[in-house]
Design a protein around this ligand. Structure first.
Ligand code: FEO
Length: 394
């Protein structure tokens, strides 16, 4: 893909990483990802908004050279220091001895640590500072903790483009614009769940800051550019407020079929009641899909057997992620099973301490479900349905 002019003298010069399957050794990328970088050519100066992952630095250089000589760039605007966006900065500094890196104070600290950037190549900016390129003006908006402490946005006044780096992003290589990716909101929700949900209060602050800004286009550094910015802004408002649906996320791991049977029975009953349900077997599920459904599920059900006097390791991993991602679920139900010594529920409850949900109950099954277990399962299911029907605000 070549450089693309997305607005007069504003070019997408990023990279599409179709083959990458895991990000940060943690997040799966079923549709790859992109590292968007943008070149802005003013009458007097030029600026590059963010760079790309190091493996694509040559690719970035080639795209920039389609528009102007890489050695002629005056500023690299570093909205975020993580290597997927700033990993190519050392390469550009080597090719271009005059270019300066523009970033926040915290961004400069991090960039020095990661990329050995010398002080004389850094320009520190603060909230509301502007840099004029001649007919193109960049204004900086500090938006910390989205998802690192140094993050900022850059607003191009004349073109009404907001460059947000990770924020409003999606890990997907397809499409240059949002209207070219029919399921973009699914990927955006997944990305929000994986990256931004733990920082929901900072998301709300950032959204307040850009409220009233005249934005024609949102240009993040992962996924497509939003030509319809209101749709993604509204979705982030909803997600960051923790608005949930009448929806239950059921996550299970089953060694001999007990937990799977209970998980499936529960799903069938909820579906029969018209309640939205998502069911994941942890053995084969993509954690990113679970993160997506954590964003708006009103209840979480975790079902797992006891292994070596604790919960099954896959359930431990899931509980760790739930705790770390801090979803807005209001209710939880734990199902456990054991052969001779039941500890799964206790171990998971301990891990989930501190999350703000009501525990509907726990059920621990010895070997196979007894008549008493089924009765208790029905009672807990009824209680869960009753709670879900209370609505969002009760
Ligand atoms: Fe896409 Fe936080 O880097």
């Amino acid at each position: 893909m070549k450089a693309v002019e997305i607005s007069p003298k504003v070019y997408w010069v990023g990279a599409k990483d179709w083959n990458r399957r895991v990000f940060d050794a943690l997040i799966s990328l079923p549709r790859g990802t992109s590292y968007n970088s943008y070149l802005i050519v003013g009458d007097e100066k030029t600026a590059l908004i963010d760079t790309v992952y190091k493996d694509f630095e040559g690719n970035l250089g080639e795209k920039v050279n389609e528009v102007l000589d890489l050695g002629d760039i005056d500023y690299i605007i570093m909205n975020h220091a993580e290597p997927d966006h700033s990993g190519a900065i050392p390469y550009i500094l080597k090719q271009n001895t005059k270019v300066s890196v523009v970033t926040t104070k915290k961004g400069a600290e991090i960039a020095k640590a990661y990329y050995d950037l010398p002080d004389e190549r850094l320009i520190i900016v603060r909230e509301g500072d502007e840099v004029s390129l001649g007919g193109k003006t960049l204004r900086f908006i500090e938006a910390p903790w989205l998802h690192w402490p140094e993050t900022m946005f850059t607003y191009l006044l004349e073109d009404k483009i907001l460059f947000t780096c990770d924020f409003f992003g999606a890990h997907i290589a397809d499409g240059l614009y949002d209207d070219e990716v029919p399921d973009i909101m699914v990927h955006a929700q997944r990305y929000f769940g994986e990256i931004m949900m733990p920082f929901s209060s900072m998301v709300r602050k950032a959204l307040q800051k850009i409220e009233g800004l005249d934005v024609d286009m949102i240009a993040p550094s992962h996924g497509p550019i939003y030509r319809n910015p209101q749709r993604i802004i509204d979705a982030h408002k909803k997600w960051s407020r923790g608005e949930t649906q009448e929806k239950v996320l059921i996550v299970y791991v089953s060694m001999y079929g007990t937990n799977e049977e209970i998980a499936r029975k529960l799903a069938d009953r909820l579906i029969a009641e018209g309640i939205e349900v998502e069911v994941y077997d942890l053995v084969s599920s993509d954690i990113g899909d679970i993160a997506k459904d954590l964003v708006d599920s009103r209840a979480i059900v975790l079902a797992a057997p006891t292994v070596l006097a604790g919960a099954h390791p896959l359930a431990v991993y899931a509980a760790y992620l739930v705790k770390a991602l801090r979803p807005p679920a209001k209710y939880a139900l734990l199902i456990g099973s054991h052969g001779w010594y039941g500890k799964s529920n206790d171990a998971l409850l301990e891990m989930l301490k501190g999350l703000n949900f009501e525990l509907i109950g726990t059920l621990d099954i010895h070997a196979r479900p007894s008549a008493g277990d089924y009765n208790e399962f029905l009672r807990l299911t009824d209680l869960l349905i009753k709670r879900l029907r209370r609505g969002e605000d009760d």
